[in-house]
Design a protein around this ligand. Structure first.
Ligand SMILES: [Zn+2]
Length: 346
């Protein structure tokens, strides 16, 4: 039995192998527990209560490989005692079956099955339930860690005018998660979409149901394993490494202003008559003037209302009842209040 076995969670998952031992301990005392296909918990020898209980997920879409490779590097460093965690960590490789097929999903989009949307017999319905229960148990088991973080990492189907962007959940009562924005300001994320209504994505579940500071990250274009040289995740990797090692942001990391966007409306596909007036290969963050008709569905038309509008995730091929695009307006830029160079304190 070697600790390297669980440190290679991505290899195990891609090969559809169960580990020989489900529980391993490194020389420095970090404990790795294999929980299920693609699910692994890391428990420090000595946990710092101020450090967050941290959930890092990738592969919710099976063909988005750069974030999985990033998680693989972090986990191997932990297994080799090169990275000693300050707090508990849950690694989630979201959709193992789709990862093994190299496809976005097997039967339905896993990232539309959360918040009790997973009522059904399909593989992704079952998987969403397992993930929800595992994350809930993880936070509950580590209740002494009052800060809860969840970072769900993706790459996008299409190109984007703003290449790296984040979607941060919120509600009308709590429209801005400044603690998450402080973290994002330490990365090279260019834009943040601040959501104000809870949806059915993984980060919306951890935010809405489990009170986590949550985010969905889009880190560039989806490519196969080993072909991610053009997807630069180094700033994010640096920030996550510091967060795992100390429980805080790197005091020396430069803070960048974040362009912020609010959701004006979501385009919903309601019937088979739905038509999206967007080219198949249109990048994310194309700008529209007021009065542009973006989609029609029978008598319903989706028309931009703000002076300046941006469209992300246009996709006419979604299932009925799901969103076929999100229309945005710009909000005031977020500038980190941490001008002292010190970590923020919650
Ligand atoms: Zn994705």
């Amino acid at each position: 039995m070697t600790v390297q076995e669980l440190g290679a969670l991505l290899d195990l998952t891609r090969a559809n192998k169960r580990p020989r031992a489900h529980h391993e301990r490194t020389a420095r005392g970090t404990v790795l527990d294999w929980l299920d296909d693609g699910l692994l918990r890391v428990t420090p020898a000595t946990a710092e209560p101020a450090a967050p209980a941290l959930v890092l997920s990738a592969g919710i879409h099976g063909n988005e490989t750069a974030p999985m490779e990033l998680l693989d590097r972090l986990l191997r460093a932990i297994a080799e005692d090169k990275l000693i965690p300050a707090g508990p960590l849950l690694i989630v490789l979201g959709n193992p079956e789709a990862i093994r097929h190299g496809t976005r999903y097997v039967e339905v989009d896993l990232n539309r099955q959360f918040n009790a949307a997973h009522q059904g017999p399909l593989a992704e319905h079952q998987r969403a339930k397992v993930i929800e229960q595992t994350v809930e148990a993880f936070y509950r088991d580590h209740e002494q860690h009052r800060r809860r973080y969840h970072i769900d990492m993706h790459t996008a189907i299409r190109a984007s005018h703003l290449i790296k962007f984040a979607l941060v959940p919120g509600t009308p009562e709590h429209p801005r998660d400044t603690e998450m924005l402080e973290l994002l300001a330490c990365t090279d994320i260019e834009a943040v979409v601040e959501q104000s209504r809870l949806g059915i994505t993984f980060s919306n579940f951890t935010y809405g149901q489990l009170n986590a500071h949550a985010v969905t990250l889009e880190l560039g274009k989806a490519r196969p394993f080993g072909q991610n040289q053009d997807v630069d995740v180094s700033a994010l990797e640096h920030t996550l490494t510091a967060l795992i090692a100390t429980g805080w942001l790197d005091t020396a990391a430069p803070r960048r202003p974040l362009r912020c966007f609010g959701v004006s409306f979501e385009i919903l596909k309601q019937s088979e008559a739905f038509v999206l007036h967007v080219n198949d290969d249109q990048p994310n963050f194309v700008e529209y003037a007021k009065g542009a008709c973006l989609a029609e569905d029978g008598d319903t038309r989706w028309i931009t209302g703000s002076k300046r509008n941006w469209l992300i995730f246009p996709n006419p091929n979604v299932a009925l009842g799901l969103r076929a695009g999100i229309v945005l307006h710009e909000r005031p830029t977020f500038t980190s209040s941490d001008t002292s160079g010190r970590s923020y304190i919650t």
